[in-house]
Design a protein around this ligand. Structure first.
Ligand code: ADP
Length: 616
């Protein structure tokens, strides 16, 4: 075959089978699980943190399940008067209750010659799981999503599953963190508009995780840019990536048991699977979509259909498929992901409730109700290989719960590094994206309030929005002479580790917070979280004075109202406890460090979900 010149959008003739698929109206919506069993074992579910105010509607993942109807696709569907037709069910292993397992799949031969040692003997047949993701710590990280894929993929592998990760090959990646990167697929042609874009696929290990990086060669330069996000064509960039990812799986003969997608960036993948690839023979994989933040949905006009070959606009613009509920005539990728995936999770039970029932779904509340049978929340875990003060390479003094005194060496080191005064004061810290979601007015207020209360403040954050950055630069200049305050505007992974170890309190005053990792990382470092009771913050932090929990489970300070008084009520108590009742504060630090937010429990939850959709 004569190769197309790089950048050509002309489809090679061998791709005729694809255009046949494109021309056919898809009739295959996703299979819905047929079992009425909860995907979460009752043991796991009952051990999960319970929201302080219980949702009125049970999530799929909560312990007490209402009796489910035999046909799960029958709940009231305000968004979907027209039910998608039943799919042809691929051959399924016979469903049996609770512990039914699909047969172990033989994973395709991995590309590298030398495999890392196999994980310890699994107690259950392994699954072949492919994560398709726009971010992965430690190579391409913007927020918590990167940490989640990093941590979950490792946990699944430890449990004896074959796990691979597919992500774009960004020019801006940390290539020093990728081991043995090499090209494994030269001729991946990915349909796009009326032609196809030529891509290469690379393989490499990111801290033992098996990763495939897709590099398109076209004038669009989709990923050959200085930043990961922030471009006017972002939606089309990731619509392309999702197509490239599934095309790669198909062409390389990979038929995973589960394809796990993340956020709107990869939400089109199940649409492609059920509209195109299923009819080509890709009937085996099931799709789990995890939504890390409903604020970003990938809303785009009809150009998407022309680019992707999802023809028949009336079909895809329809409100039971991709039609955006808020902007008439627009398409919504995240909504498509919800409709077409076999299971949809978000990153905490509280956020699942808030998005479905409390108006926090950014317009997708009705869609979540229509699909509630396959929707639930799983609190993220923390990768304790990466975030652990006992082994952390980025901090000068390592410590554990028995050697907690040593934490104060890190506090001194942090002060030295940021040129803060060395005194008896507490250090209050904030680490996060400078996004309105994070409660920036309250962060600003907290800086002045902390100084006024005789404590120190450290901030590490950045924003892609120049106006927000400029605002914080102004604040930094204003406070430049203060020996008790340092604002670091930028992204600095190493400094983040030192702040987690050296600070006494970690402030997370978010307007909304799907899960939040900073409070969970802080807990591990004995740094007391001061948080607003929303989303995952409410599921993971329990107020020292007011939580309806045994004393030894209380691990921080919590406030409800998004205003100055609310913030002060929690931060003021934390600072007062630090100064006036150091014994109590120390006990709280022990509680914090004992809290287990490893991937152990969420890893099992996700495996239960995978089994649930495989056996459905
Ligand atoms: P989100 O996903 O909304 O950004 P999370 O709390 O879930 O928030 O995850 C944030 C992650 O990004 C944490 O690991 C945090 O330490 C890290 N992080 C955020 N901002 C910065 C920064 N400026 N420098 C270093 N790490 C950062």
């Amino acid at each position: 075959m004569a190769k197309q010149p790089t950048g050509s959008k002309t489809k090679p003739s061998t791709r005729r089978r694809r255009s046949a698929a494109k021309d056919t109206v898809g009739t295959n919506p996703p299979p819905t699980p047929q079992t009425t069993e909860s995907p979460i074992s009752s043991e796991t579910a009952s051990a999960a943190p319970v929201p302080q105010e219980r949702p009125t509607t049970q999530s799929r993942l909560e312990p007490e399940q209402p009796e489910q109807p035999e046909q799960p696709e029958q709940p009231e569907q305000p968004e979907q008067p027209e039910q998608p037709e039943q799919p042809e069910q691929p051959e399924q292993p016979e469903a049996s209750p609770v512990v039914a397992q699909p047969p172990a799949r033989e994973a395709p031969a991995p590309y590298p010659e030398s495999e890392p040692p196999p994980p310890s003997a699994p107690a259950r047949p392994g699954l072949f799981v492919v994560h398709v993701t726009p971010e992965l710590a430690t190579v391409a990280k913007v927020g918590g999503l990167a940490d989640v894929v990093f941590g979950l993929s490792r946990e699944l592998a430890i449990r004896g599953n074959h796990v691979e990760i597919v992500l774009p090959k960004y020019a801006s990646m940390r290539y020093d963190q990728i081991y043995d990167l090499h090209e494994v697929h030269r001729d991946l042609w990915v349909p796009w508009y009326d032609g196809a874009i030529h891509c290469s696929v690379y393989f490499g290990f990111v801290h033992d995780r098996k990763c495939f990086f897709i590099e398109p060669h076209s004038g669009d330069d989709f990923f050959n840019r200085p930043a990961i996000y922030g471009y006017p064509d972002d939606v089309l960039r990731y619509a392309f990536f999702s197509r490239a990812a599934i095309e790669f799986l198909w062409q390389s003969g990979r038929h995973p048991d589960v394809i796990h997608c993340h956020d709107w960036q990869t939400a089109l993948l199940p649409v492609y699977l059920y509209e195109f690839y299923q009819r080509l023979g890709m009937t085996h994989p099931r799709v789990c979509l995890t939504i890390h933040n409903f604020a970003h949905q990938g809303v785009v006009d009809g150009e998407l259909l022309r680019a992707t070959g999802l023809q028949h606009p009336e079909r895809f613009h329809h409100h039971d498929r991709l039609g955006d509920p808020r902007y008439p005539g627009m398409l919504n990728l995240l909504k498509g992901g919800i409709v077409y995936s076999n299971f949809v999770t978000t990153v905490s039970p509280r956020y699942a409730f808030e998005t479905k029932d409390q108006g926090q779904g950014f317009g997708l509340e009705g869609v979540l109700h229509a699909h509630q049978i396959k929707y639930g929340g799983v609190v993220n875990g923390i990768d304790y290989d990466l975030w652990n003060p006992e082994i952390d390479r980025h901090i000068p003094a390592r410590y554990g719960i028995e050697t907690i005194e040593t934490k104060y060496d890190d506090k001194r080191a942090l002060r030295q590094r940021l040129m803060l005064a060395d005194n008896e004061k507490a250090i209050v810290a904030f680490i996060g994206r400078l996004d309105p979601q994070k409660g920036l007015e309250l962060v600003r207020h907290a800086i002045f309030y902390t100084l006024e209360r005789g404590a120190q403040f450290v901030l590490l954050g950045s924003s892609p929005d120049p106006a927000i950055n400029a605002d914080f630069w102004g604040l930094k200049r204003m406070l430049n002479d203060s020996p008790d305050c340092h604002l670091e505007i930028g992204f600095d992974e190493e400094l983040a580790h030192l702040i987690y170890a050296g600070a006494d309190m970690m402030l997370v005053p978010s307007r909304f917070e799907p899960c939040g990792l900073t409070q969970m990382i802080a807990l591990r470092y004995g740094t007391i979280p001061v948080v607003r009771a929303v989303g995952g913050l409410a599921d993971t932090v329990f107020d020292k004075d007011h939580a309806p929990r045994p004393l030894h489970e209380r691990n921080g300070y919590v406030f409800n109202d998004y205003d100055h008084a609310g913030l002060e009520s929690a931060l003021g108590r934390a600072i007062a406890c630090y100064h006036d009742y150091p014994g109590d504060f120390r006990a709280l630090m022990h509680n914090a460090m004992r809290t287990d937010y490893s991937w152990n429990r969420p890893g099992q939850d996700y495996l239960n979900i995978y089994d649930y959709i495989r056996n459905g």
